[in-house]
Design a protein around this ligand. Structure first.
Ligand SMILES: [Zn+2]
Length: 294
């Protein structure tokens, strides 16, 4: 337990962070270690907020100073635990709040190493389907852990898994400054999630909702329709992760063969057409900027 007498001293025990651990995760593990709630711990640390997750996205100098003193750690290392240095353009691909994905093998290892519940940064990244630490496919946090199933088993797009992994690598390369692409893969993620309409079928029904990506993977439209509100090009990070392999595989195909964009464009109509064209142009310009700056 910690009390007010400790407020001016560093914590007696400082836990070792796991590789790539999020600041909020590390702090939450300290709170658990000292038997207090996260908000209580934040208040005790006098951070000016009770929400530890906020610190992953915004960390002021006073908070850095306070944390580095209390946790006896290097300020630079502290900042590296946040998502603040996320490259421009990818901030919107960071999932807020609870991590949607988990690497079960790393989670087991963390537990064995006394760091149960630790959350690495990549569990929040909306372009990851494999774990950069151990290479295993990630799992949906909502799946029961005892089944041992990963996204590669549970996603309806597991048949394009290999291409999804290629798409993931493309995005990582782009974020690390690889300027060899004709289109920004990040802007392409948005473009492929643009909403459109499919003409009504022979049975005379109303036009059905579709997405640009449905031109590449026709099953996407049918699977996405029941949850259409969650599939929005403006919020890529909100895409349910079962659909993520399809999006990454689509990006990988377009990067390998940009001609596909013409076919997708032909199938994307009405307002979707304009949004799609605008986002393709953005993707082209962003790739140009990346090329010139390296
Ligand atoms: Zn792992």
């Amino acid at each position: 337990m910690i009390d007010d007498d400790d407020a001016h001293r560093p914590l007696p025990v400082v836990l070792k962070p796991v590789a790539d651990e999020l600041l909020s995760s590390w702090l939450a593990r300290h709170a658990a270690y000292y038997g207090v709630s996260g908000p209580f711990f934040a208040k005790w640390l006098m951070l000016g907020t009770r929400n530890l997750s906020l610190l992953d996205h915004r960390l002021g100098l006073a908070q850095v100073a306070r944390l580095s003193e209390k946790l006896r750690c290097d300020p630079i290392a502290l900042i590296a635990m946040t998502l603040i240095d996320t490259p421009a353009g990818s901030a919107e691909l960071i999932c807020r709040d609870r991590a949607p994905q988990i690497c079960r093998s790393c989670a087991d290892r963390h537990a064995r190493e006394g760091a149960s519940g630790a959350v690495p940064k990549h569990w929040q990244k909306a372009w990851r389907v494999t774990c950069p630490a151990c290479g295993a496919p990630l799992s949906d946090t909502n799946e029961r852990p005892d089944t041992g199933e990963t996204l590669r088993d549970t996603s309806p797009f597991s048949h394009v898994w290999k291409e999804a992994v290629t798409g993931e690598a493309v995005i990582e390369r782009f974020l690390r400054g690889d300027g060899s692409f004709d289109y920004s893969p990040i802007a392409l993620m948005r473009a492929l999630l643009v909403h459109t309409w499919r003409p009504c079928g022979a049975n005379g029904r109303e036009p059905a909702a579709g997405w640009a990506l449905g031109t590449i993977f026709p099953e996407f439209d049918n699977l996405a329709r029941p949850i259409k509100r969650r599939i929005n090009h403006a919020v890529v990070a909100a895409l349910p992760i079962a659909f993520r392999p399809a999006l990454l595989a689509g990006v990988s195909r377009v990067i390998a063969n940009p001609e596909i964009l013409n076919t997708v464009q032909d199938d994307t109509i009405l307002r979707g057409r304009r949004a799609f064209e605008r986002l393709c142009e953005t993707a082209r310009l962003e790739a140009e900027v990346a090329r010139e700056s390296h």
